[in-house]
Design a binder for this molecule. Structure first.
Ligand SMILES: [Fe+2]
Ligand SMILES: [Fe+2]
Length: 275
């Protein structure tokens, strides 16, 4: 019988875009900036307060993992990474097991400085243990195995897709063939495997992940924890196996609590509103 555990999951806080340098006029960052400052403005009121409430609440809990599935920033620039790090520093400095995965907005453009800042942020958030080059990797304890992947690459303007490369696909296949000692198998990634957006599917989908999606459907992966889509969603079977999208922390103002009951062999998902 597998042991019970709990995970706190959140995603997509999207630090408010900053006009950092004129070079952002030359790439996709200007679109991200306008999108964040104009279109999303009303949905992300009280941004700083919501993050503080979330961090304070997480620090009160005792769980087996705190998982942040990316999109810490809006345009992936130094100023935004700096703000995000200050917001989440109490978690990084706490004793809570904590894991950050990059989102597509954190790997927004090919600009060298932005890529370096994304890498630095990833390493700092993961307490010096994981930088971008270290994905994919296994994070495990005696209760569950978690496959952490990063399929975020800079995309053309107006596209929010990800691409799962061969190395990551092979990693998933290899790890799913191993003996888990009865432990629950979890996938953690920014992009969901399922159709993320019914109308704008082609702009949001994760390319290259069909074989890995099959592993989820065949229950070789028990649970996929994802972000990217800002509305929370959970598609689970009667044993709680399936896919959970956390939604945007600052847009929906909620944390997701994942609980596994080892006696019942049941995964349940609860949403905790923050205000
Ligand atoms: Fe997002
Ligand atoms: Fe995203």
């Amino acid at each position: 019988m597998a042991e019970s555990f709990s995970i706190i999951h959140f995603s997509d806080p999207h630090e408010i875009a900053q006009f950092e340098t004129c070079s952002m006029l030359l790439d996709k960052r200007i679109i991200g900036f306008l999108n964040n400052r104009i279109l999303r403005r009303t949905g992300h009121d009280n941004h700083d307060t919501v993050i503080k409430k979330a961090v304070d609440r997480i620090l009160q809990e005792k769980c087996d993992l705190v998982l942040f599935t990316g999109d810490a920033t809006s345009c992936g620039q130094k100023s935004e990474f700096d703000l995000a790090y200050e917001h989440f520093r109490p978690l990084v400095e706490s004793s809570q097991p904590f894991l950050y995965l990059p989102g597509n907005h954190d790997c927004y453009v090919n600009n060298k400085k932005c890529r370096e800042e994304a890498d630095k942020f990833c390493r700092k958030m993961n307490r010096g243990k994981y930088a971008l080059k270290d994905f994919p990797f296994v994070w495990e304890n005696e209760k569950f195995r978690l496959l952490a992947s990063n399929s975020c690459i800079p995309m053309p303007p107006f596209f929010s897709n990800g691409y799962m490369n061969k190395k990551t696909r092979e990693f998933y296949k290899r790890e799913c063939e191993k003996d888990n000692d009865g432990r629950i198998m979890i996938s953690a990634s920014h992009f969901p495997f399922s159709d993320p957006h019914p109308c704008l599917h082609f702009l949001h989908t994760l390319w290259g992940a069909k074989e890995v999606e099959r592993l989820l459907k065949e229950k070789k992966i028990d649970l996929a924890l994802c972000g990217h889509i800002h509305k929370p969603r959970a598609v689970l079977d009667e044993r709680g196996r399936g896919e959970v999208i956390a939604g945007s922390l600052t847009g929906c103002r909620m944390l997701t609590f994942i609980e596994y009951d080892g006696k019942k062999d049941l995964i349940t998902v609860k949403r905790l509103p923050l205000c």
